[in-house]
Design a protein around this ligand. Structure first.
Ligand code: SF4
Length: 384
């Protein structure tokens, strides 16, 4: 028997059309309005430690990372780039500060792109011609990555601080220098730790150029605060169709950044949804421990690749209604759980068996969905 997921044909609705941009390729990953928004992060290993770096990249790849960036502060790191670029399963971007010579090393190493920070590369403007030629010869895109903490001193003097206008002006100035050498394979970021400043800076950029934009709130903080800052800032921009690739910055392992970035895009239907737990906040009517139930179901279904929505509701007041809207759900009460599949009660089980029953049913549905799920569809499971 197959489960009728009742999903509408075609892509899920989104809040805004993407802003039209130039298109570029970071290895096999397209960046620009013609491509899905990609999620990236940065390794935390010493790049020169090739094995550790590749191991971390493998973990990030498994978590859904599309593009990875590695720091390159020393000659040893630069020497490691060819091996890392060759063996990584996802495109590798070299992150260069201070030393222009490493820009050329990264391009020669076969990195999929290079990030430069015009605010702290010595005499960067004088090097643009050479960099543009080398990058063009190798088909290597450049990210102009302006950061509030290392803004070009000339602009700091002009604007007094890292205002949105100063950030945008720095990036557009550098992009203009590359354009003078007929190099346009550029994406831009203008990061600030204040989401309001950051959002405004990207809005200015979006009005004034058609380069793809890499979104990021820099130094966003520990996981909780950083997640909220990134989600609100990215949401404000994605609502306007602004943003072609994203990096969530957290004081937490990079895998967490990928999880948050992926979830932000999934929440806005900008990436096909996978497992989604719809659980109620609980209240005085709850007849089960909703938090525990939701945690156990989430843990039991971790890694599920099909777009499955599971609703976990705390009582029979709203439970059945919500459960009906999902692919799978449970409505709890009187020590029992009514298990719903696509709105129909398929069985009632004792409370102690709710989690295992839901997981069993989810696995069964997932297996049946395996072949027939189109990108953009988002089946649901409800626990209530
Ligand atoms: S589903 Fe029930 S327990 Fe959960 S918040 Fe709503 S009324 Fe409260």
């Amino acid at each position: 028997m197959t489960v009728d997921l009742g999903m509408p044909a075609g892509a899920a609705p989104v809040l805004a059309e993407r802003r039209k941009t130039r298109q570029l390729q970071v290895g096999p990953v397209g960046v620009g309005s013609e491509s899905p928004i990609s999620v990236q992060t940065m390794t935390t290993t010493v790049t020169a430690d090739i094995n550790s770096t590749l191991q971390q990249i493998a973990e990030l790849t498994a978590a859904g990372c599309d593009i990875v960036r590695v720091a390159c502060p020393s000659a040893d790191d630069a020497e490691a780039l060819p091996a890392i670029a060759k063996k990584s399963q996802i495109p590798v971007i070299a992150d260069i500060h201070f030393q222009p010579k490493y820009v050329f090393a990264a391009i020669e190493a076969g990195c999929a792109a290079v990030r430069v920070n015009p605010g702290n590369i010595k005499k960067f403007d004088d090097k643009v011609k050479e960099i543009a030629h080398a990058a063009k010869d190798h088909g290597t895109p450049i990210r102009i990555g302006v950061n509030a903490g290392s803004l070009d001193p000339r602009l700091m003097e002009k604007h007094g601080k890292a205002t949105p206008e100063a950030l945008a002006e720095s990036a557009l100035w550098e992009a203009g220098l590359f354009a003078e050498h007929d190099f346009h394979d550029i994406k831009i970021s203008v990061k600030h730790n204040d989401p309001v400043v950051m959002v405004r800076a990207y809005e200015i950029l979006a009005e004034q150029c058609d380069y793809p934009l890499h979104l990021g709130v820099t130094e966003a903080g520990p996981a909780f605060q950083g997640t909220i800052k990134s989600a609100t800032a990215f949401g404000a921009l994605l609502r306007q169709g602004i943003g072609d690739t994203i990096r969530v910055s957290l004081s937490a392992p990079p895998v967490e950044e990928i999880k948050v970035g992926t979830q932000i895009l999934q929440s806005l239907n900008l990436r096909p949804r996978k497992l989604e737990i719809v659980s109620c906040p609980s209240c005085g009517r709850a007849q089960v421990d909703v938090y525990k139930l939701a945690d156990e179901v989430t843990a039991g279904l971790e890694g599920m690749e099909v777009p499955l929505r599971v609703a976990v509701m705390g009582c029979v007041v709203n439970g059945p209604g919500e459960a009906r809207e999902a692919d799978l759900g449970v409505a709890s009460g009187n020590g029992k759980g009514q298990i719903f599949v696509k709105g129909e009660v398929i069985k009632t089980v004792p409370e102690a068996q709710i989690v295992e029953t839901l997981i069993e049913e989810a696995m069964r549905i997932a297996e049946e969905m395996g072949e027939g799920v189109e990108e953009g569809e988002s089946p649901t499971v409800t626990v209530g």
